[in-house]
Write a protein that binds this ligand. Structure first.
Ligand SMILES: [Zn+2]
Length: 239
């Protein structure tokens, strides 16, 4: 069983399984990946974790004739998409759409993160869920950021995932990877896909993952970068 992952920009990705093409947090796509898919007649399932401009672009409404469903965080306003195509999600809400199962988890910024089961894969897209530790910030805000993050990690604890998309934001400097590190220790994961790096390549230093836990890591930089992964079919469901 194979999955293709194509990087768009920031936290934007296309994920192709045997039966489905998913688009996460589309913002811009200088590789014209989406345009090529639409031209080929591909039907999309589109996810937007929140309304910030680097995660959501209202241009997605122009694809709607080729979109089976839009899974949108409910902080995103009406963007001219036909209502029957939209599934609004808030943290802890679940939606089953054909063979696609989606559960929204929380964020530490705005909106949601997504757990998706599709064609035997289980994947997680964090949106802006991260441990946002700004070292110049007031101590009070730093504690708040940590507490918010821990609360979400408690909810995700023990999840078994094939692929997870998670932010490693270079603006956090030496604290950029404390969030992803804790996340990788709290779940069981095969493939980490690093996002929201602001153009900087990052790779896990030795000893980053817990002992005996072999996690592959991929940090795309350029729009159109691609990764193919394969694995045996997953049978159990997390829902
Ligand atoms: Zn963001």
């Amino acid at each position: 069983m194979k999955m293709d992952i194509i990087y768009l920009e920031n936290s934007g990705f296309v994920v192709q399984t045997t039966q489905h093409t998913l688009v996460f947090d589309y913002y811009q796509d200088t590789s014209d990946t989406i345009a090529k898919l639409l031209q080929k007649g591909t039907i999309l399932h589109v996810f937007s974790s929140h309304s910030h401009h680097d995660h959501f672009n209202p241009i997605i409404s122009t694809w709607q004739d080729q979109v089976a469903a839009f899974f949108l965080s409910d902080d995103i306003g009406n963007v001219g998409i036909r209502s029957e195509k939209i599934i609004w999600l808030r943290p802890s809400e679940t939606s089953i759409h054909g063979n696609l199962k989606v559960k929204a988890y929380g964020s530490t910024d705005l909106g949601v993160s997504f757990l998706v089961e599709v064609d035997g894969w289980r994947l997680f897209h964090a949106g802006d869920l991260n441990w946002w530790h700004w070292k110049w910030d007031h101590k009070y805000n730093q504690v708040l950021a940590k507490n918010l993050f821990e609360k979400e990690m408690d909810r995700l604890e023990g999840l078994e995932l094939d692929v997870a998309f998670f932010p490693v934001d270079s603006r956090l400097e030496e604290y950029r990877s404390i969030g992803v590190k804790e996340f990788c220790h709290r779940v069981s994961l095969e493939q980490l896909v690093v996002m929201h790096t602001r153009g900087e390549r990052w790779s896990p230093p030795p000893g980053f993952f817990s002992k005996g836990n072999v996690v592959a890591s991929w940090c795309p930089i350029f729009s159109g970068d691609r990764l193919q992964i394969s694995k045996p079919q997953r049978t159990a469901t997390a829902f």
